[in-house]
Design a protein around this ligand. Structure first.
Ligand code: NAP
Length: 342
């Protein structure tokens, strides 16, 4: 395995932002991963695991340690009675894997189509879309536990999944995910009741969509809302949709009757932040120098070319303060800032 020096991280991120990695390598096997971690210990520098680079903001000063790009590849399918297990290496492209499951007639991941990034990153924030979360299909996660210095297999329950959250976020820096085992159904089971999907199928006069049609629908809907990563620098949704108390949500609804909120349980309600950023704070489509808020989706920040991490942080800060000032809601970035010590 080669360890390179002073490698620009810009092109390893979908934001196309960031300085150099002091050291950089690609880990294609368990042994290479251990070798890379050994190097970081020996040279007393921090390390950072890079997946698809689609949900991170790298500082302009770069990363003063070793960036390890996860390149473990491979998918193994094992057929059970009515389900199929997929054991997938962390460096596999997420959407390539989802497309493969759909082409094999396996149900469970179709609503999570078109999400950028790698398989290893999916459990970290329990990726979710259109009424499905990855936790519904994850059987277990195989990881290196840096605290115990051993490989562990964590069950779904041990992963402590929550809305855009998991053990891997709660105990950040402790685990390196090497592979994920999914259990997918071979029996028809689709969830297309999410508003965007019912509207899509209504327009197409499709009452009983197939598995492939659900994937196609999600791909098309996302194309309309999220920028094309091959042309635009972005890390997708920059902020998390906030979950607030029912009382707080009621206050908002009485002030802004057009807002549609979603009940989480008897105590909490989910607020569509894009709506607030657009209708209350007026950020949709706004540009500040080389960064801006995407014209079709106010949760998405865009690098219009040559943006620096500091420009993104300044705009994000302005958005955060505006939302707080106008609604009293404290919002949090979903995108991860790459910092030393993380
Ligand atoms: P959207 O559909 O406008 O939804 C905005 C917010 O309203 C989300 O918090 C969403 O919850 C909630 N919501 C909408 N319909 C709902 C329903 N029927 N029941 C419960 N909650 C509902 O969001 P968007 O920006 O266009 O994104 C489309 C989908 O992709 C959403 O599910 C979004 O969460 C997902 N997405 C995920 C990621 C990620 O995992 N990192 C990034 C970008 C977008 P949910 O979040 O629970 O759907």
């Amino acid at each position: 395995m080669t360890i390179k020096e002073n490698i620009s991280l810009k092109d390893f991120t979908t934001f196309k932002i960031g300085g150099n990695a002091r050291f950089f390598c690609k880990a294609s096997s368990e042994d290479e991963l251990l070798e890379a971690i050994g190097f970081s210990k020996k040279h007393k520098v921090p390390f950072f695991i890079l997946g698809g680079g689609s949900n991170i903001l790298v500082p302009d000063a770069g990363f003063p340690g070793l960036v390890i790009k996860m390149e473990l590849k491979g998918v193994v399918y094992e057929e059970g009675e009515k389900t199929t297990k997929a054991i997938v290496q962390a460096g596999e492209n997420w959407d390539g894997f989802v497309a493969d499951t759909v082409s094999r007639g396996l149900y469970g991941l179709e609503n999570l189509s078109s999400i950028p990034g790698t398989v290893g990153a999916a459990p970290v924030q329990n990726i979710g879309a259109y009424g499905t979360e990855v936790k519904n299909t994850v059987e277990s996660v195989y990881a290196l536990d840096l605290k115990k210095d051993e490989f562990v297999t964590l069950s779904n329950a041990e992963c402590r999944f929550d809305y855009r959250d998991s053990l891997f976020k709660k105990e950040k820096g402790r685990y390196v995910i090497l592979s994920v085992t999914f259990v997918l159904s071979r029996e028809k089971s689709l969830n297309h009741s999410y508003k965007d999907l019912t509207e899509y199928f209504g327009r197409k006069h499709i009452s009983k969509p197939t598995l492939a049609q659900v994937r196609d629908a999600v791909v098309e809907i996302r194309k309309g809302k999220f920028p094309d990563l091959t042309h635009v620098g972005t890390a997708g949704s920059f902020f998390k949709n906030p979950v607030v108390s029912v009382k707080k949500a009621e206050e908002l609804v009485s002030k802004y009757p057009e807002i549609i909120t979603y009940s989480v349980n008897s105590k909490f309600t989910k607020i569509p932040l894009a709506w607030i950023l657009d209708h209350v704070c007026g950020f949709k489509g706004k540009q500040k120098g080389s960064v801006g808020v995407y014209k079709n989706q106010a949760l998405v920040l865009v690098n219009h070319g040559g943006a620096k991490a500091v420009d993104v942080i300044a705009l994000a800060q302005e958005m955060l303060e505006s939302v707080y000032e106008k609604t009293g809601i404290e919002i949090e970035p979903e995108v991860e800032y790459v910092e030393v010590g993380e």
